[in-house]
Design a protein around this ligand. Sequence first.
Ligand code: NDP
Ligand code: MG
Length: 389
Amino acid sequence: MREEIKKRKKIALLGSTGSIGTQVLEVVRQNTDKFEICVLTAHSNDQLLIKQAIEFQPNTVVIVDENKYDFLSNELWNHDIKTYAGEESLSQVVQMEEIDLVVTALVGYAGLKPTIAAIEAKKAIALANKETLVVAGELITKLAEQHQVPIYPVDSEHSAIFQCMAGEFHNKIEKIYLTASGGPFRGWSAEKLAGVTKAQALKHPNWEMGAKITIDSATLMNKGLEVIEAKWLFALNSSQIDVIVHPQSIIHSIVQFEDGSMKAQMGLPDMKLPIQYAMSYPDRIYSEFPRFNFLDYPTLSFEKADAKTFKNLSLAYQALDLGGTAACALNAANEITNAAFLNEQISFLQIAEINEKTMRQTDFIAKPTINDYVDCNLEARAIATSLLK
Ligand code: NDP
Ligand code: MG
């Protein structure tokens, strides 16, 4: 029988120069018969973007920072690659006719508008940019349903849940357990956390990631954002989402069904696996990724997450229960405080303090429109910025 010839999946990769972006390109490099890059985008890293464009020969590249545009277009003029600059271009290029899948590997609130544009153009989404679902999960999931667009999770925990759900989508989830490594300060008291430095916070025990998510992992904000992300991806309420600290990061998350049975997905911590699954779903494709050896990990351990000391985690649950614009305000505050901590403007503990105050002070809208999210994001950023002083 003649084997079906599958056409290569055409990909728009937003945030190609980041930690996730470069790993997406690694997966493409290993599978050039399956994937083809059509669009690459970066914020300001023109050098790497040019290198990537020359290697992958996309149709189009975008640099958000307009000051970098002239250099980029000069370097690429004889490569038959279209070049654009500015934030608005992201929302335009994701709508290109030939694109099959948009991988959102850019960081922060900036992911929201291009993701909306991609869904409106009926492009499948491989979502790494969790902030989009935190800010406007209700709007995004409704829009995706309306346009019949699948959202494949890239985040390792959500990929684990999604993998456990294969063949089970008709079955009700009783509960999920998101695993957390606990970050570099697992078990630390508030007193000890008061003096934490940027360098200490940037040392994650198990994962190599971009700076923002590494700080979010140290404060447990990342796990909080993931709780909200899980709510929208799997249509759950807060009582169905538990966080369990698992320092080895081997079990990536667990689903418990109505009969009490639990399914977990496990493997070595390597983002390329969930990235590849989101890109190749429903197929699994061969990889050379190192295999897990049980004898290297004789003990897999579990602990309760300390949401009292690491307040960001409880703030995320509060935002989730409040609904409306609460999580948008929390996310905006956290983008400001995270950057301020990285700039050594505020202490580690001030991150959650300012996040909490901002969430309380920002106007709350129970049934937000897209413009309400935009306004809330701006208002919360202004409040958090004023609280830095
Ligand atoms: P990085 O900081 O490493 O990369 C971010 C990418 O986005 C870069 O390409 C950057 O461009 C671009 N970018 C930054 N700011 C903007 C902006 N305002 N507008 C457009 N593009 C922008 O981040 P990560 O790869 O670590 O994370 C990306 C997303 O994936 C985040 O949402 C994160 O939470 C999520 N994620 C990451 C994981 C990881 O292992 N890293 C794991 C799970 C989820 P430039 O290089 O030019 O600045
Ligand atoms: Mg994760």
